[in-house]
Each structure stands twice: as structure tokens, then as C-alpha cells.
Write a protein that binds this ligand. Structure first.
Ligand code: GDP
Ligand code: ZN
Length: 461
């Protein structure tokens, strides 16, 4: 295909250690050659593919040195875009990386649109649409686990499953055609119905299975919304601090979001926790006081996990009891803190009120019990069965929507068969299922949708 040579900064902006300016297209090497002088004196044009070269960037007119850099040369087609790609590794500061980009643009490249590199990879046939979207998820992935989900998807796991399902549908449709055109038996109608029923049931089950993983996938991407509650002075701040310190906080990368409720991400043994309203805990100590009764009720209601903290050194109070009532029916871990002090709380009473909720005892001051708590959180989330990572998580909202539509279409097939609808009508719904599944991997997707999708990408990917 015939594209310009494009360039962009492909590492996050900011004060990182190094930054990469990526150039892709037919002229990538020529452009780099104009502005690069290797320490060895060799030309990039003669460089073997997938090699890296040390040297300096220069202003071609004046030969003035701009920066010390490492330049990677990767020739088509074994590259991200399937085009010639050159990556310039330079110092990470904003000023320096922008200067490098400017130099590249002044020497023949045009600025890449958001997602354009990945779009090219897609258009050049290197990846399918669900893989392209996985790249976007990868950029946004907040934890290792979420990263793995995105990686799996990128490796085409979901694509493979969808492709197999579509193949089955196609074969079924073909089979139905043959049955209709060359009836071998007198009861061809009945036989066709039976086969269609069997296949439709199977496909419905498979789509449902994929959809079931969606919830888990969503949590992995967005974090388990977690709220710490408890009376004043029981140790909420201490708990927050130890969770954040033990598990490196993950910086949220959603720019420009102004929220009343401050969030912090931590990764607890692979479970991403989105600690909600950490400001409420850090500043005013009182979530109700800070955001009002209505809002805090909403925050509680939307939580996936409640960490309810009690003080072991004080008797159980009516206020504690009210907190249990407020989170009834939710996933709660009860934390009995300050076990280093003489115990005043009645543990039998706590057990009774806690019911089926897990109870963990801690001394946050002496850093005891934090391991148990983390294990408790992980157990709760993975139910001891999901850790293996052999599940295909559907975590992209477009995919989920399409799966729901495909499910509806296949259920129309089932209903049609049950109602004795003519086969050619049933075939239409079956074909629709095939098309909808195809949209997930970008097979039956329209161009406008493709443009819209890729414009969501970060710049430089
Ligand atoms: P919050 O009001 O619920 O946020 O409670 P804080 O985390 O601010 O803790 C209140 C006080 O209890 C602070 O002085 C903490 O140092 C102290 N504290 C927290 N955890 C423990 C613990 O396990 N043992 C003891 N003895 N003191 C603790
Ligand atoms: Zn506090």
C-alpha cells in the first residue's frame, strides 16, 4: 500500500529515562540517514535489519549535534507496521524528545495521527481488529494481570475462538444449503432442523461462555472498586498507607478527569484494587462529611469490595453495627485491627455480625496480618480457580456489545426453529450471527468504524 512516512513520540510524555521517536514508512531509513551520524561511521542504509546503532543526531545544514542517541533499524515486513521502521532512542525530557521529533518532521516525515501506527499494522494485514484494540488496552493496562489479558488478546486468543465459531456457522450454513439443494432423504426438512438446533445450541453456549468472562475482564481492566470504612481512629489511614506502600501505587493515566472522589490504584497479588475516596480517608477522615450522605451511599453501593475496619482495643459499638448494616449483601472483608493492644472487642460478637464475611486480624502498627489480608483479597477474587490464566477474558466494551448482539441473533435462530419458521428465514439470523462475530475481529466491519476506533489510540502507537 501507498502511505506517507509517519513519525511520532511513542513513549509516554514526561520525565522518563528514555523516549522513543518512531518513524514508519518507505522513507524511514532515508530520513534517519539524513539526521544521524553513527559513531562507527557506517551508513544506516547499509545496516542489517533489526540492528541498533549508537551515534548522534545532527542538524543536516549545519552538522550541529542535537543529541546522543541509539537508532534501531527494522526493515519491512518483520516490523510493527509491516513497513520499514526506525526508532530513535533519546533522552526522556520533554524538550529533548520534542526537538528530535521536530528534526524528523523537518526532514520528510509527517506527524502520525493517534493510533496510526497500529492502524497501519491492521491495514497492512499484520494484526486483526481485536488485536489492534488489545494494543490500546495494553497502553491503558493498569496492572500486570490486566496487561496479561491484553497480551493474550493480542496474541489472538479471542480471535482464534471467534474464528473457529464463525467457521462452524459457515459450515452449518453450507450444510443446510446442500440439504436443501440435494435432499438425500424424504425428511430433509426435519433433519435440517435437528442439525440447526444442535449447532445453534452449541454456538449459544460458547457465546455465553465468552460473555461470562467479560465481568472478570472488566474488573481486571478497571480495578476492583474498593472502599475502606470504619469508625474514626480504627486505622483506616494506616490500612490505606500499608496497602499503597506494600503494593506500588499505580498512577492513573486518565488525563483531565476531575473527580470529587479521589482514587488510587494498587496491585495486590495480581488483583487490581481501585481504592475509592482515598482523599476522604486521608484528609477529613469522614467520607460522609466530605462528599455528603447521598454520594457516599452511592460510592458504597458501587463498590466491588468493602474493607470494614474494627478496633480490637475497644468494645464493639452500635456504630460498628450500623456499618455492617450499610454493606449488607456486599463483598466485605472484616479487619480487626490493633491486635497489639489488650483486646476489648468481643470476637464472638464480631463473628456473629460478620456472618459469612472473612475476618482478618491485623496490627497495622506492627505490620502484622497484612499478608493474610492480601491473601484474603486474592482468594476472594480468584476463588482459587481463575489464577491459571487459561481463560479468555473479553474485556473490551465493543466486543461485549457485539457478543450480546450475536447472542440475540443466535437465540433468534433457536426461537425460529422452535416455532417452525421456514429455513431461509432462520438462515438469515444465522448469517447475522456470523457477521456480528466477524465485526469483533474486523472482518465485516465498515471503514468508518475503523477510523473511529483508531482515533481513540494514544498518539505514537
Ligand atoms: P483512621 O482514623 O481510621 O484513619 O485511623 P488511623 O489510621 O489514622 O489511625 C489512628 C491511630 O491509631 C493512629 O495513631 C495510628 O498510629 C494508630 N494505629 C493504627 N493501627 C494501629 C495498630 O494496629 N495498633 C496500634 N497500637 N495503633 C494503631
Ligand atoms: Zn486516619
Amino acid at each position: 500500500m501507498d502511505f506517507d512516512t509517519i513519525a511520532a513520540i511513542s513513549t509516554p510524555l514526561g520525565e522518563g529515562g528514555i523516549a522513543i521517536v518512531r518513524i514508519s514508512g518507505e522513507e524511514a531509513v532515508d530520513i534517519a540517514e539524513k539526521i544521524f551520524r553513527s559513531a562507527s561511521g557506517k551508513s544506516l542504509k547499509e545496516a542489517a535489519s533489526h540492528t541498533i546503532h549508537y551515534g548522534r543526531l545532527i542538524q543536516p545544514k549545519t552538522e550541529e549535534t542535537i543529541e546522543e542517541v541509539m537508532v534501531s533499524v527494522m526493515r519491512a515486513p518483520r516490523t510493527y507496521t509491516k513497513e520499514d521502521v526506525v526508532e530513535i532512542n533519546c533522552h526522556g525530557g520533554m524538550v529533548s524528545v520534542n526537538r528530535v521529533l521536530q528534526l524528523v518532521l523537518n526532514n520528510g516525515a509527517s506527524l502520525a495521527e493517534p493510533g496510526e501506527f497500529t492502524k497501519r499494522a491492521f491495514l497492512n494485514g499484520r494484526i486483526d481488529l481485536s488485536q489492534a484494540e488489545a494494543v490500546m488496552d495494553l497502553i491503558r493496562a493498569k496492572t500486570d494481570k490486566a496487561m496479561n489479558v491484553a497480551l493474550d488478546q493480542m496474541e489472538g486468543r479471542l480471535s482464534k475462538l471467534i474464528t473457529a465459531l464463525r467457521q462452524e456457522i459457515l459450515e452449518t450454513l453450507a450444510h443446510v444449503e446442500v440439504n436443501i439443494d440435494y435432499p438425500e432423504y424424504d425428511d430433509v426438512e426435519e433433519m435440517t432442523h435437528r442439525m440447526l438446533t444442535e449447532k445453534a445450541d452449541h454456538i449459544q453456549k460458547e457465546i455465553n461462555k465468552l460473555l461470562k468472562t467479560a465481568e472478570q475482564g472488566k474488573i481486571l481492566r478497571e480495578g476492583l472498586s474498593t472502599v475502606i470504612i470504619g469508625r474514626p481512629n480504627v486505622g483506616k489511614s494506616s490500612l490505606l498507607n500499608s496497602l499503597v506502600q506494600e503494593n506500588k501505587a499505580i498512577v492513573t493515566d486518565v488525563p483531565g478527569t476531575t473527580r470529587d472522589v479521589i482514587e488510587e490504584y494498587v496491585n495486590v497479588r495480581g488483583v487490581p484494587l481501585r481504592l475509592v475516596d482515598t482523599a476522604g480517608i486521608r484528609e477529613t477522615e469522614d467520607i460522609v462529611e466530605r462528599i455528603g450522605v447521598e454520594r457516599s451511599r452511592k460510592v458504597l453501593k458501587e463498590a466491588d469490595l468493602i474493607l470494614l475496619v474494627l478496633n480490637s482495643a475497644e468494645p464493639f459499638t452500635p456504630e460498628d453495627k450500623q456499618l455492617f448494616a450499610a454493606v449488607e449483601g456486599m463483598d466485605v472483608i472484616v479487619i480487626v485491627n490493633k491486635t497489639d493492644l489488650p483486646r476489648k472487642i468481643d470476637m464472638e460478637q464480631v463473628k456473629k455480625v460478620a456472618g459469612k464475611h472473612r475476618i482478618i486480624t491485623t496490627s497495622l502498627l506492627q505490620e502484622e496480618g497484612i499478608d493474610d489480608l492480601e491473601q484474603g483479597i486474592a482468594d476472594m477474587f480468584f476463588h482459587g480457580e481463575l489464577e491459571a490464566g487459561d481463560i479468555t477474558y473479553v474485556s473490551n466494551s465493543r466486543h461485549i456489545a457485539l457478543l450480546h448482539q450475536a447472542l440475540q441473533a443466535i437465540e433468534d435462530v433457536q426461537a425460529g426453529i422452535a416455532a417452525g419458521t421456514p429455513i431461509d428465514i432462520v438462515q438469515i439470523d444465522m448469517t447475522r450471527t456470523w457477521e456480528l462475530l466477524g465485526e469483533i475481529i474486523g472482518d465485516t466491519v465498515q471503514d468508518s468504524l475503523i477510523d473511529q476506533l483508531f482515533s481513540q489510540f494514544c498518539l505514537g502507537k
